[in-house]
Structures are given as structure tokens and as C-alpha cells.
Write a protein that binds this ligand. Structure first.
Ligand code: SF4
Length: 214
């Protein structure tokens, strides 16, 4: 029963390939301000903010980073203080010991191998200690070089494995939209497609959405 309902709904809205472009265009039009919520002013701050955002909210990270980034301006600054001092400075974001260790390891590698600059390529970013593929994807996309699509709990496909989900999306979403697409989904989820009470009647993609309640 449920299965045939899903099948009918998918048939009604047509093939994904034909829907993706209007979906991206319409979401871009209604969420022109959709962007990363982590406060940052340069690539180094972006990298640190994304590393701190693991297992916590962007709001928590944004509470910590203004003072943090005033104090630590270059990779060397993170290495110039005892580890415990950095741990105290990022305490509020949780998992502060692991995060401080990862940040220090990353800063050391930036200094030793990248002239103190944040690399743009995913292959280089994932070499940094404590920088997982998702972090690398977010940073690369924000620096104008998306090489994947950031997959989070808001993204569901027939797959459950994030790597497979990312692969599905890469086949579907035009490459030049890879960076912006996750932000559109996040902002649409916050404003319209709210998990327990989606506002389908107000939704600009309701005619293209198999889950529409309209
Ligand atoms: S139609 Fe409803 S379920 Fe589909 S994206 Fe819009 S708000 Fe979400």
C-alpha cells in the first residue's frame, strides 16, 4: 500500500532529471540569502569554524569564534599557546580536547606543507589531521571549488550511506550548483519544509515534490 503510494507520487511528479533544474532555480529565487551559517572572515577562520562545528550547533560555534579569531590570527598562533589554553578557548563547542588536538595538528601541517595557507583541493584538505571528507567538502565549496555535495541529515535519497547519497546527488545536480545546493536545502528546511509540519501549500516546489501534501 505505502509502496504503491510512493510509486504513484513519483510518477505524478515525473523523472528527477527533469525536476532538478526548476527545483534549484526556484529555491534560489526564494532563498537568495542561503549561505553557510558559520561566521568567518577568511579561509583559515572558515576551516577552524567548520572543524569546531562537528557534533554541535552553528550557534554554539558562532558564540566562540569572534573572540577566538581575534586571538588566533595565523596558524602559528594556535601553536604558540599550551594545548590547554586552546581547549579552554573552544570549550563551549564540546569535544574540546579532540578538537584542540585536531586544530593544532592541522595548523602544524598548514605551516610545514602549505606555507600557512588553507589548500583549496579536497585531496589536500582531507590530509589535514581531523579534517574529514565532509569538512573538506564544506571548506572547498565555500572557497569556490566544490568537488562534492555536502551530505547531512537533511538529505535523503534511496540510499542511507552518505557516500552513496553524495554519488547519487552528483549525478543529478549540475556541477556549478554543487556548492550552493546544500545551503538551499538547509534554508528551505528551516523556513518551509519543516520536518514535522512542512508548509506544502506555500512551497514553491510543491508541484515537483513527491512528498507534497497539497
Ligand atoms: S512540497 Fe512539502 S514536503 Fe515537498 S519540499 Fe515542499 S514543503 Fe517539503
Amino acid at each position: 500500500m505505502a509502496r504503491s503510494y510512493v510509486h504513484e507520487a513519483r510518477k505524478r511528479v515525473g523523472p528527477k532529471r527533469a525536476r532538478i533544474r526548476p527545483i534549484v532555480e526556484r529555491l534560489t529565487a526564494v532563498h537568495p540569502d542561503a549561505k553557510i551559517a558559520l561566521w568567518h572572515g577568511n579561509p583559515l577562520e572558515l576551516l577552524v569554524a567548520v572543524m569546531l562545528s562537528a557534533q554541535t550547533t552553528d550557534v554554539n560555534v558562532n558564540h566562540v569564534t569572534p573572540a577566538l579569531f581575534r586571538k588566533y590570527r595565523r596558524p602559528e598562533d594556535y601553536l604558540a599557546v599550551p594545548p590547554e589554553e586552546l581547549e579552554r578557548d573552544i570549550y563551549r563547542t564540546g569535544f574540546f580536547r579532540q578538537k584542540a588536538k585536531a586544530i593544532r595538528g592541522t595548523m602544524r601541517m598548514l605551516v610545514e606543507e602549505f606555507d600557512g595557507e588553507v589548500p583549496r583541493r579536497i585531496e589536500e584538505l582531507v590530509r589535514l589531521p581531523g579534517v574529514a571528507r565532509k569538512t573538506a567538502n564544506v571548506v572547498a565549496a565555500e572557497l569556490g571549488n566544490p568537488q562534492g555535495i555536502v551530505v547531512d541529515t537533511h538529505v535523503l535519497t534511496k540510499q542511507e550511506d552518505p557516500v552513496k547519497i553524495e554519488r547519487d546527488l552528483q549525478k543529478l545536480v549540475p556541477r556549478h550548483d554543487w556548492g550552493q545546493f546544500p545551503h538551499l536545502l538547509i534554508w528551505h528546511g528551516r523556513r518551509v519544509c519543516i520536518a514535522r509540519r512542512p508548509l506544502c501549500e506555500e512551497c514553491v516546489v510543491n508541484d515537483l515534490c513527491p512528498s507534497s501534501r497539497v
